[in-house]
Design a protein around this ligand. Structure first.
Ligand SMILES: Nc1ncnc2c1ncn2[C@@H]1O[C@H](COP(=O)(O)OP(=O)(O)OP(=O)(O)O)[C@@H](O)[C@H]1O
Ligand SMILES: [Mg+2]
Length: 438
């Protein structure tokens, strides 16, 4: 497969090719359902690079479609200073000299093409002074920082005469207008808008170890915002009612020597995942987590025993395991995962069949926060892997299926079995009977 380094050509007008995600966005351009495109991407994804190619194409399209020359092609950054610093040199390199009617106009920051069309860079902070021409194409870079009113008051009316197109590119900044644009471009949004979201890593310009370094040095929220284009992930979070600010609360102290314990268990071999909860006054507190790489159910029971046994007994524990554990045998001797748990002396409530994933997640979300903001589920800050997973477990892009490829699904599943089993499951009577333990 061609890589960037071997795609080089000896042609004097050589231009590096677009990366795959850049190409996806580019190909969507100039279609009726994508008159206004929004790209939300992490830092260094190649946003400005893509705009360069978009500007060149807009110029070609203006000529091809015989667009009257008073309709200009603009690059807009939040301020003119920023536009000059980030784009002016790049633009001059991107526009072939053979297209130019004259040298670029340095004071106006514009290039007039032999066709008569004008490419210009502008600052959005000065949007009030920009009126006066029509617009054929507008590219808004760092759009999250542009004043929101610039669009409705200046840019949008200018695009009307020639039915011009626009692209907005940025990195998330909370739930501001860039996010509104993103949502407009998603299914169910506006018919002429399309939006895309990519992480820095997907851009292919920043190596994975550099991204990892950033992960270690930035706080989680900044990292997600800057490198993972995070409002998209907020939007797509499976446990959307979980909030680091509101759901994380020190509660490890509730793990006393007398409190009954509730375990939610996902039988996954790598990692075997288990959450430990205490219920108090109708509220659940996650006091601990167990995440065992490459482990079987015997290993999990040994770990549970070493952490929670009281006088050698596990009888104070009620476990809500993944119902799949009734069938799957992880060890010799015909034992099942659930059988192993039962043999340990815990009370095991094994659901007879899998609950609908959506029902399970709805129950868990409702524990984290009801529609009227009552929270009945809290997580101790020491449960770091759980917190990370609850925040980062997302739906697969463009679907309502949770993404199982990230590894963030196991702890939410474990928690979901406990919440569903405890609050929603109506078991046949015999399933409460612990056959081995007593
Ligand atoms: N398709 C590509 N081929 C070769 N180089 C590329 C490509 N896309 C981006 N780059 C290079 O990757 C680097 C980052 O690109 P760019 O400045 O466009 O990213 P950005 O997303 O705008 O970054 P920032 O978040 O800092 O604004 C630049 O050096 C750019 O030349
Ligand atoms: Mg940029």
């Amino acid at each position: 497969m061609a890589t960037r380094s071997n795609r080089r050509s000896t042609r004097p007008d050589f231009r590096p090719t677009l990366s795959r995600p850049q190409g996806t966005v580019y190909r969507a351009g100039w279609q009726p359902d994508a008159r206004f495109r929004t790209i939300v991407a992490g830092r260094r994804w190649g946003k400005t690079f893509l705009i360069c190619e978009e500007m060149r194409r807009a110029a070609r399209e203006a000529v091809r479609r015989n667009i009257p020359t008073e309709n200009e092609i603009w690059y807009g950054a939040p301020t003119l200073k920023q536009a000059k610093r980030v784009f002016w040199k790049r633009l001059k390199r991107a526009v072939p000299e053979s297209w130019m009617a004259a040298k670029p106009n340095e004071s106006e920051c514009s290039i007039t093409l032999i066709s008569g069309h004008v490419i210009r860079i502008v600052g959005m902070a000065e949007y009030d002074n920009l009126r006066g021409s029509g617009l054929w194409f507008f590219a808004g870079d760092e759009w999250q920082d542009a004043p929101e009113a610039a669009w409705a008051e200046t840019i949008r009316p200018m695009l009307s005469t020639a039915n011009g197109h626009a692209i907005f590119i940025g990195t998330p900044k909370g739930f501001n207008h860039l996010r509104d644009w993103y949502i407009k471009g998603q299914p169910g949004g506006e018919p002429d808008c399309r939006s895309f979201s990519y992480t820095t890593l997907q851009g292919g310009n920043v190596p994975a170890d550099e991204v990892e370094q950033a992960r270690r040095t930035l706080d989680a929220r900044s990292f997600r915002q800057e490198y993972e284009a995070s409002f998209e992930t907020y939007e797509g979070r499976v446990l959307h009612a979980f909030s680091r600010a509101d759901s994380v609360r020190p509660c490890r102290g509730k793990l006393t020597s007398t409190a009954p314990l509730i375990l939610g268990i996902d039988f996954n071999i790598n990692p075997m995942s288990c959450v430990c909860l205490v219920e108090e006054g109708g509220t659940l507190f996650q006091v601990d987590e167990i995440v065992l790489p490459t482990a079987n159910t015997d290993d999990l029971v040994a770990e549970i025993r070493s952490r929670y046994a009281r006088n050698g007994s596990l009888a104070h524990i009620t476990a809500y395991p993944d119902p799949a554990g009734a069938q799957r045998r992880t060890s010799a001797g015909g034992r099942t995962d659930i059988g192993i748990l039962q043999a340990s002396g815990m009370r095991v409530i094994a659901m007879s069949s899998h609950p609908q994933v959506r029902d399970r997640n709805n129950i868990t979300n409702a524990r984290f926060a009801t529609a009227d903001s009552v929270r009945r589920l809290f997580v101790d800050p020491g449960c770091r892997k759980s917190i990370e997973s609850y925040e980062r477990h997302v739906y697969r892009e463009g679907s309502s299926e949770p993404d199982k490829s990230t590894g963030y699904d196991h702890l939410p599943d474990a928690l979901g079995y406990a919440c569903y089993g405890k609050y929603a499951y109506k078991p046949p009577a015999q399933q409460h009977i612990n056959v081995f333990g007593r």
